[in-house]
Write a protein that binds this ligand. Structure first.
Ligand code: GLU
Length: 397
């Protein structure tokens, strides 16, 4: 019989990808859309990194590489994790994959058995629950609220731990809330992971995009946590290299060898040219990173000032990443023409139709009451988008 897998029918399409594609399509049809949907820095990839890739192509560095990644890059990543994050890792603890998503996917596939529970603090990044389901695991959602700044601690986690708990996925700074989980909370969760025997998958892709003098803390640096922590990061956000698709995992040998085995059957090595570029990103000058971070902080402040003046939206200033996650509760029940706005999907649809600004509804991240606005865009676009959003909301009855 011609049929499809139950697994694929149980998962949702990525809303961040779907809305970004829709915005691109509408633009190609001539609509004046401002897309604040994708979490993608608008800066060009720094020149030294592009030149390293060009050189790699000219030198015919265009063949398969070692499945786990080229030794120089694994060493550079290990070195970065030791120096910047305090991890005790060698090159053999590193797996290079095709983007941060791929790294997390490999990690989940390596540790989950059918029915294993994976705790996911909500609001969560759109792909976490679906990746857990793809690994035959069961997502267990830990709800967090605005009142706590969307943070959580060991006690909150402990309430959800069962004999089937295999892991928790922590993303700090967080996409979509921008929340930064404190060192104290991470220490508590690490102690709990050790006591109850589960993994912490620590997604640190926004580690360099952190504001107001906050310092990123890696849970993997806690020596007692040992092999319980699987750290994921990559070059996409910090170096504006989203399209190059390079992510990395740092973990104990048991996890890395299994994740590498999976990768060997699915994609093999990440792109050779992109690995050469990532090597330059990590080893070359780091000046562009700080420039971009400062630009994101300015954009955050500019957009915060504008959005907090809009009646119906409630928001706080994020401590990291490049997203606002305003509550739209104040807009629910308002009318436009014959339609009543009932939830975040309605609000996002309304703003796309009326303001021609693409945003992602909070439902994609596990919240009906919010929308996600990415500010990884130019000041001009952000200011224009804020004006349009404000105007369209002011027309609601
Ligand atoms: N992580 C980014 C976002 O949340 C890129 C899109 C994706 O991979 O989901 O917008």
């Amino acid at each position: 019989m011609m049929s499809f897998s139950k697994k694929v029918d149980r998962i949702e399409e990525s809303q961040t990808i779907a809305i970004t594609s829709l915005a691109k399509k509408l633009r190609s049809e001539g609509k004046n859309i401002i897309s604040l949907s994708a979490g993608e820095p608008d800066f060009p990839t720094p020149e030294n990194i592009k030149q390293a890739a060009i050189k790699a192509i000219e030198n015919n560095f265009t063949k398969y590489t070692q499945n786990e990644g080229i030794p120089e890059l694994r060493e550079a990543v290990a070195d970065k994790f030791r120096r910047e994050n305090g991890l005790k890792v060698e090159a053999s603890n590193i797996l290079i994959s095709s983007g941060g998503k791929h790294s997390i996917f490999n990690a989940l596939q390596a540790i989950c058995d059918p029915g294993d529970e994976v705790i996911i603090p909500a609001p969560y990044w759109v792909s976490f629950p679906e990746m857990v389901k793809l690994a035959d695991g069961v997502p267990v959602i830990l709800k967090t609220t605005e009142a706590s700044g969307f943070t959580f601690d060991a006690q909150d986690v402990e309430r959800l731990v069962t004999a089937r708990t295999k892991a928790i996925i922590i993303n700090t700074p967080s996409n979509p809330t921008g929340a930064v989980i404190s060192e104290e909370s991470l220490r508590g969760i690490a102690a709990l992971a050790r006591k109850r025997g589960f993994y912490i998958i620590s997604d640190e892709i926004y580690e360099k995009i952190i504001y107001d003098g906050n310092k990123h803390f890696s849970v993997g640096s806690i020596s007692e946590a040992g092999d319980h922590v699987i750290t994921a990061s990559g070059v996409s956000k910090a170096y504006s290299m989203t399209g190059w698709r390079i992510g990395f995992l740092a973990a104990g040998h048991e996890v890395i060898s299994r994740a590498a085995k999976i990768q060997s059957q699915v994609t093999s090595n990440a792109s050779s040219v992109s690995q050469a570029a990532a090597l330059e990103a990590l080893r070359g000058t780091q000046t562009e990173i700080e420039k971009m971070r400062v630009a994101f902080q300015n954009r955050r402040d500019i957009l915060f000032a504008r959005l907090s003046g809009i009646k119906g939206l409630t928001l706080s200033k994020p401590g990291g990443a490049f997203y606002f996650f305003p509550s739209i509760k104040g807009l629910v029940g308002k009318r436009h023409g014959g339609r009543i706005l009932k939830n975040s999907a309605d609000v996002a649809e309304f703003i796309l139709a009326e303001a021609q600004v693409a945003l992602v509804p909070g439902t994609a991240f596990g919240s009906e009451d919010h929308i996600r606005i990415s500010y990884a865009y130019s000041e001009k676009e952000l200011t224009e988008a804020a004006t349009r959003i404000e105007e369209s909301i002011s027309r609601l009855k």
